[in-house]
Design a protein around this ligand. Sequence first.
Ligand SMILES: Nc1ncnc2c1ncn2[C@@H]1O[C@H](COP(=O)(O)OP(=O)(O)OP(=O)(O)O)[C@@H](O)[C@H]1O
Ligand SMILES: [Mg+2]
Length: 365
Amino acid sequence: MWGFGFVRAPFSPAHGVVRAAAGESPHAVDARLPPAEGCRIPPRYGRRTALRRRSGAMTGEALRSTDLRKIYRSKGAPPTEALTGVSMVVHPGERVALLGRNGAGKTTFLRIASTLLRPTSGTIEVFGYDADRTPDKVRPYIAVVPQEGKPFFHLTPREQIYSYLRARGLGRETSKARTQEALDRMSLTEFADRLSITLSGGQRQRAMVATVIATEAPLLFLDEPTIGMDPFARRSVWESLRVLTRRGSTILLTTHYLDEADALSQRLYIIDRGTVLVSGTAEDLKRSVGGTLKVLLPEGAAEVERFRTFGSCVADGESLTVIAAPERLGELMDVAVRSHLTATVGPVTLEEAFLRVVGRSIHED
Ligand SMILES: Nc1ncnc2c1ncn2[C@@H]1O[C@H](COP(=O)(O)OP(=O)(O)OP(=O)(O)O)[C@@H](O)[C@H]1O
Ligand SMILES: [Mg+2]
């Protein structure tokens, strides 16, 4: 995480940490916590006139990329075109997910947006500031959970969160309160004062997310934030991110978990081979599949012709999936029974939408 090595002011984590540990109840901390301190939008966003940029265009976006391209060139290897012209917009207060298979370009996009990597061409603005040309203007307004980031092993989660907040310029009291709240939210209180090197993989990931959540930065980038977490911890992350957007932050995350994109994002972009294929709400994408029910016939592939009349059919090995409208379900089940096929019925999910848009499952090698 860039901020961990980016110290703007001298600080002494240990002092505040010890005091923060001195038995304040979470409720007491909550009561004192300013709703969105740290979530300061650049001053020019506070005023109407300020929204008008020099070009004369209105901008009220948290993030806008235009035709963003990235080609990785390394000696002795052919160039890799990781982004082939990505244009997207994220509005303030939104939770947006980037969904894509391995190597789709999600991390590359997040790294460019968070000023860690330079694009080959195209532009990217964060709150109206050019992230490539003026990274120093952008950095105070963002916080990042990088893919496979690790907490500092020689710090405890409490020390890590507190020192990160102090490094970002937050005061002692606010930092203590935010640290405790983030530890509580990520159910890390039990491990808060153990060196991170002694924590499990999921606990370390929770510490990473807690650190960034605690910043309440105007724009949070989270690259696969819940990877390795148990279902309970994943839900804690979702709830914390919802709270943050209610307080005014904006969130852009990547995920491989379709249920996560569905439950958490208000809008999502499906990316494949460096290109945005589609964007919209999860509901829009599910509707585009052409039916609301998914009927799985584990041995139905050989009988595909009998089911084509009910909706779109996808054969995979021996199994067949039919996307159907509810009003034709009875008829479809009659055909399945007459064909001696077992069938399982469920709602259409993002899995089918992804398959339709990308042509391959998100899990397929
Ligand atoms: N430093 C690099 N040098 C060369 N190629 C790279 C580099 N980083 C990424 N790539 C390539 O760029 C493409 C996009 O990678 P990226 O990490 O952005 O994908 P991703 O969508 O985040 O994938 P994953 O879901 O596996 O994390 C891939 O083909 C990858 O191999
Ligand atoms: Mg990635």
